[in-house]
Design a protein around this ligand. Structure first.
Ligand SMILES: Cc1cc2nc3c(=O)[nH]c(=O)nc-3n(C[C@H](O)[C@H](O)[C@H](O)COP(=O)(O)O)c2cc1C
Length: 182
């Protein structure tokens, strides 16, 4: 494996970026050379032996930069170990987690060629006061699941670092171990 890892992320309001930074920091602490970049700024994967991809879920869909990235780099990603994560639920309960996980599984099913070595969903951050249009309008509608939901930041940094450790172990072993096929 080429020894450099790319952590590529998409983020609207910064919470996924901060998770990507924590994952990159953990991988570096474990001795890997790591670059971190927004997906939309990535121009080549040639120098990377492995890729970690992270993006939030919005209205059931993964951030569009993640879709574009997967389509653009499908050949290069097929040849490398790839770990993927999403930020999703704004409440840390089983029903919300399960709903978001189902949304994420549906997203990943659109890319059958992608066989990640690790897949994870993290609880996200939500601050209605910081939303821009059209998110502010959408969440103000009584029909929105986020209508009236208070601000929260339930990102579990211990779980996030533990997942980065798991990714590190998998990459160190350097073999494909598709979670979806287990
Ligand atoms: C308008 C809106 C729609 C959302 N839709 C979903 C959703 O369908 N599923 C989900 O799991 N999370 C959803 N979320 C929660 C976000 O994924 C979560 O807030 C995440 O931490 C945002 O990441 P970011 O700060 O990197 O943009 C939504 C949030 C907003 C504001």
């Amino acid at each position: 494996m080429k020894d450099k890892v790319l952590v590529a992320y998409a983020s609207k309001y910064g919470s996924t970026q901060e998770v990507a930074e924590a994952i990159a920091a953990t991988l570096r602490e474990r001795g890997l050379a790591v670059d971190i970049q927004p997906m939309r700024k990535v121009r080549t994967l040639a120098e990377y032996g492995a890729v970690v991809l992270g993006a939030p879920i919005y209205i059931g869909a993964w951030h569009k930069d993640a879709h574009n990235f997967l389509s653009r780099y499908s050949d290069a990603l097929s040849e490398r170990p790839v770990a993927v994560f999403a930020l999703g639920p704004t409440r840390d309960d089983d029903t919300d987690r399960q709903g978001s996980r189902e949304q994420f599984d549906k997203v990943l099913a659109k890319f059958p060629w992608l066989t990640p070595v690790a897949i994870e969903l993290f609880v996200g951050k939500y601050d209605p006061a910081k939303l821009r249009f059209p998110d502010s309008l959408l969440t103000s509608l009584p029909a929105s699941p986020l209508h009236g939901v208070p601000a929260s930041d339930l990102r579990d940094w211990t779980a996030i670092r533990a997942w980065a450790d798991k990714v590190h172990s998998t990459l160190k072993v350097g073999k494909q171990n598709p979670e979806r096929n287990q």
